[in-house]
Design a protein around this ligand. Structure first.
Ligand SMILES: NC(=O)c1ccc[n+]([C@@H]2O[C@H](COP(=O)([O-])OP(=O)(O)OC[C@H]3O[C@@H](n4cnc5c(N)ncnc54)[C@H](OP(=O)(O)O)[C@@H]3O)[C@@H](O)[C@H]2O)c1
Length: 281
């Protein structure tokens, strides 16, 4: 996969401050072989790539998404589970069924997500956008995870990886509903992580920069920054499976996040000036 990547694309992770080493198949395999792994958002993009890689590494993979045909086109060994996370009652019931039928996961990759780019003035009459993103990015994932985490805590082992975004560190105009719902999940994970850890379950939050997928396609070319490929994003996740860190984010997201918290008024003024000058976020 890597050999077909252009030289320019290969330096993108370093430019973005993202580590893509340390998650080679030989390193991932011992962490997942024979174990039950649940991947949400596995019908395409980053989640699909992870479902394929982890199946190849010897994991028993359960793939969750709405698009049944796409799930069924994954390798035969993958167990497809069709679910719309916005239906929180169905999400909770699906997770209970999963545990009863397939067992307790050793690894859960909470990856399903959706983004909508709209400035505030474009959605003052579109509250349903916010409700929709809350369902996919915040409420649905929590409803789905509760039964799984209950069992993992009882078993005293496992890892939960949340695929999040640098937007939670550096909130930008145009991404408010996405940022709010992804940040809500991150805050929830921050609060439950010590409880999980005490019970032997590790939590990992990955704040990814832009990745070239269907999600980022509508705003492609908007920013003068390169994007990771799906494979590079999967490398970041594989590294996290091997190392089990609590939080992974580029240095500039950490620095930007500190600035936003230390001087929010100054940041507002800067971004407002940028909006007036025609910057597009
Ligand atoms: N792409 C980026 O630039 C970027 C950057 C940072 C973080 N991320 C995060 O990375 C994760 C994966 O995104 P991606 O870029 O791979 O996006 P993607 O290609 O659009 O894939 C999104 C996945 O989420 C699933 N999904 C969406 N709505 C769902 C729902 N209501 N119920 C169940 N599953 C649903 C989709 O499956 P169905 O449509 O079949 O349901 C699909 O499998 C997301 O959490 C995103 O926030 C992405």
């Amino acid at each position: 996969m890597r050999s077909s990547m252009s030289r320019a694309q290969r330096i993108v992770p370093a430019v973005l401050g993202v580590r893509v080493d340390g998650g080679l198949p030989a390193q991932v395999r011992p962490m997942v072989v024979g174990r039950l792994v649940v991947v949400t958002g596995a019908s395409r993009g980053i989640g699909r790539c992870m479902a394929e890689r982890l199946t190849q590494a010897g994991a028993r993979v359960v793939a969750v998404a709405r698009d049944e045909a796409a799930l069924r086109s994954l390798p035969d060994a993958v167990e497809p589970r069709v679910l719309d996370l916005r239906d929180t009652a169905a999400a909770g019931a699906a997770a209970e069924r999963l545990v009863a039928e397939s067992g307790i996961p050793g690894l859960v990759i909470s990856n399903a997500g959706h983004s909508i780019h709209r400035y505030l003035e474009e959605y003052t009459e579109r509250f349903h956008d916010v409700a929709r993103l809350s369902g996919v990015n915040l409420l649905g994932p929590i409803a789905f995870l509760l039964p799984l985490l209950r069992e993992m805590m009882r078993a005293g082992s496992g890892q939960l990886i949340s695929v999040s975004t640098v937007n939670v560190d550096v909130p930008l105009p145009g991404w408010s509903a996405y940022t709010a719902t992804k940040s809500g999940f991150d805050a929830w994970l921050d609060a439950v992580s010590p409880e999980l850890r005490r019970a032997g379950v590790r939590a990992t939050s990955l704040h990814l920069p832009r990745v070239r997928t269907a999600m980022s396609a509508p705003t492609a070319g908007r920013y003068p920054v390169p994007e990771l490929t799906v494979d590079q994003a999967a490398d970041v996740i594989c590294r996290a499976i091997v190392r089990r860190p609590r939080l992974v984010r580029p240095w500039w997201a950490a620095a930007g996040g500190s600035l936003v918290r230390l001087a929010p008024g100054a940041m507002d003024a800067l971004l407002a000036r940028g909006l007036s000058a025609g910057w597009r976020f």
